[in-house]
Design a protein around this ligand. Structure first.
Ligand code: AMP
Length: 308
C-alpha cells in the first residue's frame, strides 16, 4: 500500500444549477480529491492554502478522514480561494462567473517531510508552477504522478502548464480542455498529441458520457452510471481523479489493466458527487454504498456475446 500526496485548492464555491443556487460552500480540488481518496484508507497528505476565513470545521472534516493536513497553510490575514460557476441546462457545461485567487496567488506549497517519498502524487487543478514545485520537493521518484488541469490555466499560464505536463505520467482533462490544449477536435488525435507532450496515459473525462483512457494504441472506455438525480456536477472531475489516484496507491500497480479498475472506481465515486450540492454527498458516503454501486457498474457494462 503506497502513500499519496494531493495538492490542490481548498475553496469556497458558489454554485448555480438549474435546480438551485448555493451561497459560499466548501469546495476546491484538493477537498474533493481527498474525500474520494479517503475511501481507500491509504496514508494521505493534502497540500493547500486557505485564509483565516476558512472554517475549522471544514478542516476537521478532512482530518476525520485521516488526511494529514500539515501541508495546508493557513494565512490568517488572507482570504480563501473563491470560485463561482453557473451550469447550463444540460449540466455538462458551465460558465465560470468569478475566480478570486486570494491566498492562492502567493502560494508556496510545502510537502510535509514524511510524504516526500510518496508513491503517488496527485497534482490537482492549480497554477502549474505550484504543481511543478511539489514535484521538485519529492525525494524519491513517485511511481505515478497524475495531473489535473483546466482551461483557466491554459488561458493564463500555458507555457508553465506545458513544462509541468512534461513531467507527469497521467493527465486527466475534460473533452473541451483536451481540444483547447491540442487544437484538435478528434479526442483520439488530441489524446495522441497530449501523449507527445509527455504523459504516457491520458484520461479524457466526458461528464455524463463517461471517461476514456489512452496509452499508446490501447484505449479503454468507461461510461458514467446513468443517474436519476444529477444536482450539481461541481467536483465530479476531482472526485474521479481522487478515486483513480487512491485506487492506484492502494494497489501499488500502475499497469494499464489496473488503471482500468482505477477508472471504474473514479467513475463510481464521481457518480455520488453529482447527486447533491458541493461536497454534501461525499462527506456521508459509506463503503457499502460504494460497493453496491460498483456492482451496478459491473452489471451495466458486462455482456456475453458468442463470436463465431
Ligand atoms: P471540477 O468540477 O471537478 O472541475 O472542480 C470544481 C472545483 O474546482 C471547485 O470546487 C472549485 O473550487 C475548483 N476550481 C475552480 N476553478 C479553479 C482554478 N482556476 N484553479 C483551481 N481550482 C479551481
Amino acid at each position: 500500500m503506497g502513500k499519496l500526496v494531493i495538492v490542490g485548492t481548498m475553496a469556497f464555491d458558489a454554485i448555480e444549477t438549474p435546480f438551485g443556487k448555493t451561497d459560499k460552500i466548501l469546495g476546491g480540488a484538493a477537498t474533493f480529491i481527498g474525500l474520494a481518496a479517503s475511501h481507500f484508507k491509504i496514508d494521505t497528505a493534502a497540500v493547500s492554502v486557505v485564509g483565516g476565513d476558512f472554517p475549522q470545521e471544514y478542516l476537521n472534516l478532512l482530518s476525520k478522514r485521516n488526511i494529514n493536513l500539515d501541508g495546508v497553510e493557513i494565512v490568517k490575514e488572507g482570504k480563501t480561494f473563491f470560485w463561482s460557476g453557473r451550469y447550463h441546462n444540460d449540466m455538462n457545461s458551465r460558465d465560470t462567473l468569478v475566480t478570486e485567487l486570494n491566498t492562492l496567488a502567493d502560494f508556496n506549497p510545502i510537502v510535509p517531510k514524511d510524504y516526500r517519498d510518496a508513491s503517488v502524487v496527485m497534482l490537482g487543478n492549480l497554477h502549474p508552477i505550484v504543481q511543478s514545485s511539489v514535484l521538485d520537493q519529492m525525494t524519491k521518484k513517485p511511481d505515478l504522478v497524475i495531473l489535473d488541469t483546466m482551461n483557466f490555466w491554459m488561458d493564463t499560464a500555458l507555457n508553465d502548464l506545458h513544462n509541468v505536463i512534461k513531467r507527469v505520467d497521467v493527465i486527466t482533462i475534460n473533452d473541451e480542455e483536451a481540444r483547447q490544449l491540442t487544437g484538435e477536435y478528434s479526442l483520439v488525435i488530441a489524446a495522441r498529441k497530449i501523449q507527445e507532450m509527455g504523459p504516457q496515459y491520458v484520461v479524457i473525462k466526458k461528464g455524463e458520457h463517461g471517461a476514456l483512457l489512452f496509452n499508446d494504441d490501447n484505449v479503454f472506455y468507461a461510461p458514467a452510471l446513468p443517474l436519476e438525480e444529477v444536482f450539481d456536477p461541481t467536483g465530479a472531475g476531482d472526485t474521479f481523479a481522487g478515486g483513480f489516484a487512491g485506487y492506484i496507491a492502494r494497489t501499488n500497480d500502475t499497469s494499464f489493466e489496473n488503471m482500468k479498475n482505477a477508472i471504474i472506481y473514479g467513475s463510481t465515486l464521481a457518480s455520488f458527487c453529482v447527486e447533491k450540492f458541493g461536497t454534501e454527498r461525499m462527506v456521508n458516503l459509506s463503503g457499502d454504498e460504494v460497493h453496491k454501486r460498483l456492482l451496478e457498474f459491473k452489471q451495466l457494462t458486462q455482456f456475453e456475446i458468442e463470436l463465431g
